[in-house]
Write a protein that binds this ligand. Structure first.
Ligand code: NAI
Ligand code: MG
Length: 354
């Protein structure tokens, strides 16, 4: 019997979600077994099918069951037959808020052999970790509409920044920066214009930073950071930023590091009061669903982030090494493989290292 059992809730979701999750689990199970870890999965059918059948996005009873797991592994939800936003708000955002996923973690790394759209840029130039605040900012849902439908209509969407909320994500980012070789943290904001929120973020970074003298601190306005992601990505190591800015710059991050098929993420509750949720950045890709064309690598890399969070970094590195080797040979061979072939190859590589 394995020394430790992890209870993992699995939400394959819609479109390519089930296809990529199947490969993610395949690879995860091999790596886990090598490290005396048993993964006990419970699958939940959430997404478009449930919504069509019952009109529900996340039944309360299911949310309660999910809360009893150590982590959630999600493929993607969304389907052209469901009005836009229903599943995003009713399922993804609800879980992020109810499970207090206040850190949205997005590694941006260019693996050897992967083409970046940036000329003259190699793996040594792109290796960063974006720590995006996940529960506040303009996404907190504060604001409202007055005089709707009249010429005098007013819509406000307030950005919520609490001392508590900013400090906890900044602290998490400093911890991550202190554990990485470069030990650099860049705050991305727009403090010259968004001066109330920006000054709070700046002050918190200054105060928390005093506890981390080994970490070098830098600051970039978000517009400049968007430019530097493209023309000087090597400037960045750990980036900490608010919810909206993080949403936008991580898409730039995905684009410069090989695209949507490789971008992984974790919605983290660092205190472990609720399970954290790991998912590829991409959506359900209805245009290629059911054809075996989806790249499962982003989902596999999300399992790397999961294993790191679960405190099994050796297993995480195994999978990451297998992905790196696969991406390198992929570039050389040029062969087109199906979703499950890529999963088989990755699982075999992880097994070989054992
Ligand atoms: P998408 O990420 O699903 O697809 C964008 C493009 O990238 C498509 O051409 C797709 O074929 C391609 N693509 C995505 N993942 C890929 C993979 N693993 N391998 C190869 N190609 C891949 O974004 P889109 O089309 O805007 O949204 C489709 C649905 O997904 C919508 O219903 C949307 O709401 C939902 N969505 C869900 C997310 C989630 O569950 N976290 C995140 C983003 C979108
Ligand atoms: Mg986004």
């Amino acid at each position: 019997m394995a020394a430790r059992t992890v209870k993992l809730a699995v939400i394959p979701g819609d479109g390519i979600g089930p296809e990529v999750i199947a490969e993610g689990l395949k690879v995860l199970e091999v790596a886990a077994s090598q490290h005396d870890l048993a993964i006990e999965t419970t699958e939940y059918e959430l997404g478009a099918k449930l919504w069509h059948r019952t009109g529900e996005t996340l039944p309360d009873s299911v949310e309660t069951e999910l809360a009893g797991h150590e982590a959630v592994y999600l493929g993607a939800v969304g389907d052209p037959s469901v009005p836009s936003g229903v599943l995003e708000r009713g399922l993804l955002l609800r879980l992020r808020f109810d499970f207090d996923h206040h850190v949205n973690l997005r590694p941006v790394r260019l693996y050897p052999g992967v083409d970046s759209p940036l000329a003259g840029v190699g793996p040594e130039d792109i290796d960063m970790l974006v720590v995006r605040e996940g529960t506040e900012g303009p996404y907190a849902g504060a604001g409202g509409v007055l005089r709707k439908g009249t010429p005098h209509e007013i819509a406000t969407q307030d950005s919520v920044n609490t001392r508590f909320g900013v400090e906890r994500v900044v602290r998490y980012a400093f911890d991550k920066a202190a554990a990485r070789p470069r030990r650099k943290l860049t705050l991305v904001h727009k403090d010259n214009v968004l001066s109330f929120a920006g000054e709070l973020w700046q002050r918190v970074v200054r105060e928390v930073g005093a506890e981390y003298p080994q970490v070098a601190v830098d600051y970039c306005h978000v517009d400049a950071a968007s430019m530097f992601f493209v023309n000087q990505p090597a400037r960045f190591d750990v980036v900490v930023t608010d919810n909206l800015f993080g949403d936008i710059i991580t898409d730039i991050g995905a684009a410069i590091a090989g695209g949507i098929g490789l971008a992984a993420s974790g919605n983290i509750n660092p205190g472990r009061d609720f399970p954290s949720m790991f998912e590829p950045v991409h959506g359900s890709a209805p245009d290629i669903a059911g054809q075996g064309k989806a790249d499962p690598t982003a989902t596999v890399l999300s399992a790397v982030t999961m294993l790191d969070h679960l405190g099994v970094p050796e297993a995480a590195r195994r999978i990451e090494d297998a992905v790196a080797a696969d991406l390198k040979t992929r570039a050389q061979s040029g062969a087109v493989r199906s979703t499950s072939q890529i999963g088989d190859d990755l699982a075999a590589r992880v097994a070989e290292q054992g």
